[in-house]
Design a protein around this ligand. Sequence first.
Ligand code: FEO
Length: 417
Amino acid sequence: MIDFEVKPLNRAFKLIRIKPQMLIKMKEVVPDVYYIGVNDHLTKLFEGLWPIPEGVSYNSYVVKGEKTALIETVKIPFIDEFLKKVEEVTSFDIDYIILNHIEPDHSSSLPRLLEKVPNATIYCSKKAEGMLDSLYGITENIHVVEEGEKLDLGGRELVFYMDPLVHWPETMITYDTKDKILFSCDAFGSYKALDFGLFHDECDPDIYYEETIRYFSNIIAKYVKYVKKAMEKLAGLDIKIIAPAHGLIWRKNPQRIIDLYIHLSDRMAIPGVVVIWGSMYGNTAKVVNHVVEGIKEAGLPVKVLNFSADHLSYLIKETWKYKGVILGFPTYDGGPFLNTSYYLHLIKRKDLKERIVGFFGSSMWSGRALKQAADQVQELDWEVVEPLLEFKGSPTDEVLEQAKQLGKAVAERVKSS
Ligand code: FEO
C-alpha cells in the first residue's frame, strides 16, 4: 500500500518567491468600476490539464452606484491578496455578489468573502444555485436571476443574460448599461497573467491573441455551438468595454476581440497547414522536412509540432487555427502512435470539424495506422487527401518526393477550399 500525504497548499506557496510584477494593483476601469483580480503564477496546469507557463489571471470587479456589487471572486489560494483589494475598494461594504459562473476558479473564495460580508445577496442563475450548495453548502441570501433581469444600483444598472455552456450550463453574463461594460466571465478570456497591464491598449494584444485561441480550443471549444448562440445574443448590445474573468480588459476597440470570437465560434480554419508528427526511431521524422517544403512551395504558412514533445493543449490549438492538417506517425500496437490516438480522441471530444488532412508514416510488420486514423477523422467531416503515404521502414527517395507532393496537395486543396 502506498502511503500518500496531501501537503497543505500554503506550504507549497511559501517556496515561491513572488516578484512585484506578479501582483496586480487594484485599478479603476472607469470611474466607480474597479479591477480587483489577481495573477496566478503558481498553477502549472489549468484545470489540472492545460499548461500555463505564463500564468493566468482571475479577474474580479467592483461596480459602485449608491449600492455596491462585486462581480466574480478568485481562486482560493489567492484569498489574502483578494480580500485586501476588496477591503481597499469597498471597506467590506458590499450589497451584492454577482456570480456569472460557479467554476471554482471564480467562486472558491466565496465562503471566505461571505465571512466578511455576511449580508451580501448573491445573484446567480437557477442552475448556479444548486452548484453553490454542492460545492460550498451555501443556500441562503441567494437571488436567482431571470433572463434580462435588471439590478438598480442607484445611478447605475446591471442587466443579466443567460449564457449557458460558455462554459458551464449555469453561466450568465452581466452588462452595465451606464458605461456599456460586458462582464463576460470565461467568454473572451485567455491564459497568460496580466503582468504588463490590464487593458489591451496598455500592452501588445497580439501576445494575448494566441493564448486566447489556446484557451478557447482547450476550454470552450466543446460547446462551440453555444458560443455561436451567445455571439448572436451579444450582437444586440452596445458594448464599449469587455471585462472578462481571465486575461485583458478590452476597451477602445472591443470589436477586435468580438471578431476573433466570432471567428473562433466558426472553428477558425485560417488558410495554412499544421504538420504534427511523431517518430519512434527517426524514420517518420525523415519525411517531415519534405512535407513542409511542399506546403511552402504552394505558398501557405506552415506550423510544425511534435506528438511527443508538444503538449496536446498546443496541438489542439493549432488544429483549431488552421484549415490544413498533416499528421505523420508510425504504426504502434497495430494502430496509430499512442499520442496520436489521444489527439484523435480529443479532436472528437472538442468537436473539431471540417479540416483538410493528409497522412504519412512508417510501419514495419503491420500497416493499419494511417487508415484507422483517416476513418476516425472522416467522422468529423475532415476531407482526407489521398493517397495515405505509408511506407516500410526508412523512406526511399521516391517516398521523400511523394511526401513533398503530399504537402503541396494538402496546401493546394486548402487554398481552393
Ligand atoms: Fe474560468 Fe469555466 O472557469
